[in-house]
Write a protein that binds this ligand. Structure first.
Ligand SMILES: [Zn+2]
Length: 478
C-alpha cells in the first residue's frame, strides 16, 4: 500500500527512493536506480567511480536556444533513529506515515534532506508536459559527510552555467553564500613519568554547544577552551601541573559542550578550590546571557601512576590557551553574517600526543590561510606540529546574479511573496561547484521541511507539491 498519491510523479519517486537504503557511503543501489531510470528513458547520463550520476535532458521544442540549467541535489541521507527503533538502515525500507499534512518516517530520519531534490529531478526527467531549457540533473553522493561527491564533479561534464541547488528549504528562501573551510590539527608529543602526587579531575559540563557554522557567533562557551583557561588561571597563580590526560568535544564542527582533564599537583586541595571558584565566577558572568548552564567541578580521584612532566604540562596549557578560537569577523555587507571563525572542537590524548582538532571557516581563502598561519606560529613556540587538510571552497556573496533575479520574480508571481535571502556560515555543495566553475550563477530552492538529521525529520506535503509547481513555472521562464 502506498502512502503518497502515486498519480503525481514527484510523490511516486519520493516514496520509491525511501524503499532503497541510501545513507552516506551506501549510495550504490540508489545510483543504480537512477542509472537504470536514465537508460530506460533513453537519456544520456554519466556515472563516476564515486556513484555520482549526471543525467542530461534535451530542451523541449522551442527552448533549444535557451541556456541550459543545472539542477542538483545529494542522494545520500543521514541515518539517525530513535533508541527504541529496530530499523536496519542497510536493508529496511523507511516506514512512512502522514500526520497533519506532514510526511514522517517512523522512528528514523526521512531523508527529505535531500530526497526532495532526487524526486523533483526524476519527475522532471520523466515529464513530457513541462517546458524547460536543456537540463543537467546532477545527483551527488557523500554530501553529509564532507561534500565529497560534489568535489568529484568535473567542469567538462556540465553544460550549464546557471544552477538551482535543491538542498535548502523554505520555498521563498534562498542562500546567497556559503563558507569554505578546512580542518587543522595540532599535535604536541609528551612522555609520561612516575607520579605519586594527589590526582584531580576537572569536568566542564552544562554548555549549549551547537554547530560551528550556525552557532559560532552566539557567544557560547567552548568547553575545551574554558577548561584550559581555568588551568591557566591556576598556573599563573603558582599551581604546578602534571597533566595525566585531556579529553573534550566530539566533532571538530560542533562547539564542545563537555571537557575533562585529569592532572596531578602538589598544591593543596583548598587552594585549588579557592582558585576554581574565582575562575568560575568570572566565566559565569561572561556567559550569563549566552550559556548560563556552564558548570565546572573538581574532584580528587585515585592517584594516577603516571603523569606528564611539569614543563610539558605547562607548555600544553599555555599553547591551548593561546591557540585562536571562535568568532573572528563579520560581513559589513550582509547583516548578521559571520565571515571568519574557527572552532577547537576536539581535544584528545592519544599515542603519546595531545591533539587539538579545529574547523576553520570562511568564504575567503586568505582568511583561512591567515588563521592557519596563526595556529602554526603558536604551535611552533611550543614545539608542536600542525597539519591542515580537507579543504573545501566557499561561495562568496555576488552582487550581480541573474538567477537570483529570476527567482525573485518567480517567488513574487507564484508565491506572491518577497524573496528572502539567507547568507550562511556553513559549508554547502554550492561552494564546491563555485570553486570548480567560478562562472556558475547559483541559487538554492526547496520545500518546507523540519528536523533534518533527526528522527523528527518531516516534510510538508503541500509545500512539496507547491514547490514542484513553482519549479515547473520557473523553468518555463528560464
Ligand atoms: Zn542536505
Amino acid at each position: 500500500m502506498s502512502v503518497l498519491d502515486q498519480s503525481k510523479s514527484y510523490f511516486k519517486y519520493f516514496e520509491e527512493i525511501t524503499k532503497i537504503p541510501h545513507g552516506s557511503y551506501n549510495e550504490k543501489a540508489l545510483a543504480d536506480y537512477i542509472e537504470n531510470f536514465a537508460k530506460v528513458r533513453g537519456l544520456q547520463y554519466k556515472r563516476d567511480e564515486m556513484d555520482n550520476v549526471i543525467v542530461y535532458k534535451d530542451a523541449t521544442p522551442g527552448y533549444e536556444d535557451h541556456a541550459p540549467v543545472m539542477l542538483q541535489g545529494h542522494i545520500d541521507m543521514v541515518n539517525e533513529k530513535n533508541n527504541d527503533s529496530d530499523h536496519d538502515f542497510d536493508k529496511d525500507p523507511l516506514d512512512l506515515y502522514i500526520e497533519d499534512g506532514w510526511l514522517h518516517a517512523r522512528g528514523t530520519t526521512l531523508g527529505a534532506d535531500d530526497g526532495v531534490a532526487v524526486a523533483y529531478m526524476l519527475a522532471l526527467l520523466d515529464a513530457n508536459d513541462v517546458k524547460h531549457p536543456a537540463l543537467d540533473c546532477v545527483f551527488t553522493v557523500q554530501e553529509e559527510v564532507g561534500l565529497f561527491g560534489a568535489a568529484n564533479i568535473k567542469k567538462e561534464d556540465i553544460r550549464a552555467r546557471r544552477m538551482i541547488n535543491m538542498d535548502s528549504g523554505g520555498e521563498t528562501h534562498t542562500s546567497v553564500s556559503s563558507s569554505g573551510g578546512r580542518r587543522s590539527i595540532v599535535s604536541k608529543p609528551y612522555r609520561m613519568q612516575d607520579n605519586t602526587l594527589m590526582t584531580y579531575q576537572l569536568d566542564i559540563t552544562g554548555l549549549l554547544g551547537g554547530h560551528s557554522g550556525g552557532c559560532i557567533a552566539l557567544e557560547r562557551g567552548n568547553a575545551n577552551k574554558l577548561a584550559i583557561r581555568i588551568l591557566h588561571d591556576m598556573l599563573i597563580r603558582g599551581v604546578n601541573f602534571q597533566l595525566v590526560w585531556l579529553n573534550g568535544g566530539l566533532k571538530e564542527n560542533a562547539i564542545p559542550r563537555e571537557c575533562t582533564i585529569q592532572f596531578a599537583t602538589d598544591t593543596p586541595e583548598t587552594r585549588l578550590s579557592e582558585l576554581l571558584v574565582e575562575s568560575v565566577e568570572k566565566i559565569q558572568t561572561e556567559l550569563e546571557f549566552s550559556d548560563a548552564g556552564f558548570k565546572a567541578a573538581l574532584q580528587i580521584i585515585p592517584t594516577a601512576p603516571q603523569a606528564m612532566d611539569t614543563k610539558t604540562s605547562q607548555d600544553i596549557i599555555r599553547m591551548i590557551y593561546l591557540l585562536p578560537n571562535g568568532f573572528k569577523a563579520r560581513s559589513m555587507k550582509i547583516q548578521g553574517l559571520t565571515t571568519v571563525s574557527l572552532n577547537l572542537g576536539v581535544l584528545r590524548t592519544e599515542e603519546g600526543k595531545v591533539t587539538c582538532y579545529f574547523s576553520i571557516r570562511s568564504p575567503m581563502p586568505g582568511a583561512i590561510e591567515q588563521l592557519s598561519d596563526e595556529i602554526d606560529e603558536v604551535a611552533s613556540i611550543f614545539q608542536a606540529t600542525t597539519e591542515h587538510c580537507a579543504d573545501y571552497p566557499g561561495w562568496n556573496y555576488e552582487e550581480h546574479s541573474p538567477m537570483r533575479e529570476s527567482m525573485r520574480q518567480m517567488v513574487k508571481e507564484y508565491f506572491n511573496a518577497d524573496l528572502q535571502e539567507h547568507a550562511g556560515h556553513g559549508g554547502l555543495e554550492t561552494g564546491v561547484f563555485k570553486g570548480e566553475m567560478p562562472d556558475m550563477d547559483i541559487v538554492t530552492f526547496g520545500p518546507i521541511s523540519q528536523g533534518a538529521h533527526t528522527p523528527d525529520e518531516c516534510l510538508n506535503l503541500e509545500s512539496f507539491e507547491r514547490c514542484y509547481g513553482a519549479l515547473c513555472y520557473w523553468l518555463e521562464r528560464l
